[in-house]
Design a binder for this molecule. Sequence first.
Ligand code: UDP
Length: 469
Amino acid sequence: MENNEAILGTVTRGAHVLVLAYPLQGHINPILQFAKRLAFKGLKVTILVPSSISHQAPFQQHKHQSFDLEYIRIFDGYEGKPDERDVNAYLRRVKTSISQSLSELLDHFKKNNQKLDPTPKMVIYDSVMPWVLDVVKKGGLEGAPFFTQSCMVNSIYYHVNQGELKIPITGSNLVSLPAIKSLLKVEDLPSFVTSAGLSYPAAVINMLIDQFSNVKEATCLFVNSLDKLEIEVIKWMEIICPVKTIGPCIPYKYLDNLIPDDMDYGLSLFEPETNDCIQWLNARESGSVVYVSMGSIASVKPDQMNEIASAMLNCNRFFLWVVRTSEENKLPLKFKEDTSEKGLIVNWCPQLEVLAHQAIGCFITHCGWNSTLEAVSLGVPMVGFPQSSDQFTNAKCIEDIWGIGVRVKANEDGFVAKEEIEMCIHEVMEGESAKEIRENANKWKQLAVEGRTSANNIQEFVTKLQCST
Ligand code: UDP
């Protein structure tokens, strides 16, 4: 137990689950939100916080009246931000360290059985760490992976895992998969499984494909999605494995306000410039602002950054653009100062608050799954500007399946010209399809807020766990 240390006191509840997060912003947000829901429903929930991010986490500030969460720090191989540049080495070290410290923690729980009321029964872990299930089973607990991607993306990785995905090399560009009714183009697939994947470290690809390596041994699979959004593919997945959709995992304030003091995710690895953003937005007219963000990881090429900057300059609208500190040096010289009348550029913003603001007219997004679900839940039309990973598949859904935005057209090098960006902004804000896009966005927003199946799935899971204790 050397490396694990409880940082908050304990609470006593009906059944106890441990929730293990993966240390990336887009992975932490939804699993923490799910943990809050379980705690609100009456489970005792302990979040296992990887040591590489635990120093950044202002946990103690997030006391809620409606539920309690306990936090335990778990050693992931790093104290503070990892300095490792070799991704393969980083992933290996995370696996070895978490496996060992989790195993020690479970032993510790077992030894202190009588002091803990109730003892942990299950570990819910991020699906990109499937090896956690082995440790959990050895410790005599049940395990359930939490998937932070859409069901459509999960099903694609599943087919790859089963050796069932055939990418056409010549001729038709279309891919047909048993789980998905519509045909997908190669450019709609996650970049890890196409030829673009060759440029990624093998360990990253394996990490995604391996998510399905042992799901048959898991109690169930939680997916941060909404059944109505992906009804066909979810039905298909349900035949293969016990999938439970429990999303959208965003704070209740932005859904049905069931827990009014649940206003943010609760763990930000970046410092949001909240006051500057909100004051600036308050001074803008309804639906007038273009919000641009590429999420927490994407690194945009310098010439592409230049092109986005030109589009912002030319589109003659107000814009709020998140450019992370690590990306700032790619902005054209003095761009921030020269455009200060029209735009606000920040290193990080409170995205949910921004998307919920009446001044926002559209969201130019890299289509990360959280950003996509947040925009769906808040009814914001999108310009999909996918960069890598599952973002291409999400962009396909945004444009073609849900009809809540358009997707930029890139040339064969993935470059998107400024005229194309401007055209897409125009299209979603006031073009021919703008009205239909807004209507669809409102429709999906209602369904997300309602989230009936997700609420039922959560309730069913909690009741079952409590009854079996
Ligand atoms: N986000 C934020 N402020 C920003 C940009 C992003 O709070 O300025 C949050 C956003 O709300 C989302 C997460 O960071 O919950 C990004 O996750 P996503 O899956 O969209 O993309 P990733 O960062 O994993 O590529």
